[in-house]
Design a protein around this ligand. Sequence first.
Ligand code: GRF
Length: 220
Amino acid sequence: MEKSFPIVVLISGTGSNLQAIIDQCHLAQSPVNISAVVSNQAKAQGLQRATQAGIKTQVVSASEFPDRHEYDRQLMRTIDHYQPRLVVLAGFMRILSREFVEHYQHQLINIHPSLLPDFRGLNTHQRAIDAGVKTHGATVHYVTYELDSGPVVLQAKVSVDSADTPASLAERVLEKEHIIYPMVINWIAQGKVQYRDQNIYVDGNKMAKPLQYPIEPADS
Ligand code: GRF
């Protein structure tokens, strides 16, 4: 299949989600092409993953800019050079300005390590354990102005065990992240999932509630 859907992936760290996306894009049937990987951290391990896969990398370091506004403008210039159809936040550890979010409205997605709206923000696994929840997980959502609050496309659940530590829970949640993030990117590239007029549409139908992985067969 022709790789006709360019994306740019933003990272700050390990890049295990990036790796899952790279692996998916390499499949013959994927229409997705990663045009560039952009990091705010020069030492991000994910940059090596990108280089190994032959993907262009760029670092936009916050220390070179006076404020968030200027930083985000440079980030936008960097991203726009590649004219992506979708901007994918994959562990990009920065709050984004309103201007940035507006610029990529309907074209900006994120993965968050909790079942949103539960546990927005950081340290989600520790907080899930502290709260004593039995079920935790991961969420792929479009990005809006409010942190970790945009419309949800797909979630995957994991059971929380009494012996779980934040690390053990993170490991199991990450396994799910690596499945659901490439899946959603593929759906968007294929036009199966669309976000317009504040609503998400799946196969042309307005989505009433977030999809859950594993995907249930449609009602016949
Ligand atoms: C993941 O847990 C993701 O949900 C969160 O940041 C982490 C990134 O991990 N947004 P990695 O860099 O993809 O390994």
